[in-house]
Ligand binder design. Structure first.
Ligand code: SF4
Length: 82
């Protein structure tokens, strides 16, 4: 019973950590609508009216690497994370 509770607590902490660890933002004043971020990580970024938007907040662990690469590759440094 006690072990079951410990496992449950660990699982919840793990989920919280994974889902809350990284939030991405796009500065639409800087974004030039090149589409590079959407091409690199379409699970997280999409172009709407020629500006990039973040689709997932926070970004799940499985997409974080792609989103960070998209941030690095943005030609005008419009993407940031916290
Ligand atoms: Fe905008 Fe940068 Fe994405 Fe290009 S890579 S669409 S400039 S946020």
């Amino acid at each position: 019973m006690c072990q079951e509770i410990k496992f449950h607590k660990f699982f919840l902490l793990e989920m919280k950590f994974n889902w809350a660890s990284i939030k991405f933002k796009v500065d639409i004043e800087l974004c030039i609508g090149c589409g590079a971020c959407e091409a690199k990580c379409p699970e997280v970024f999409e172009l709407v009216d020629n500006k990039s938007q973040v689709k997932l907040d926070p970004v799940p662990e499985e997409f974080q690497e792609g989103a960070l690469e998209a941030e690095d590759n943005c030609p005008v440094q419009a993407i940031s994370h916290e």
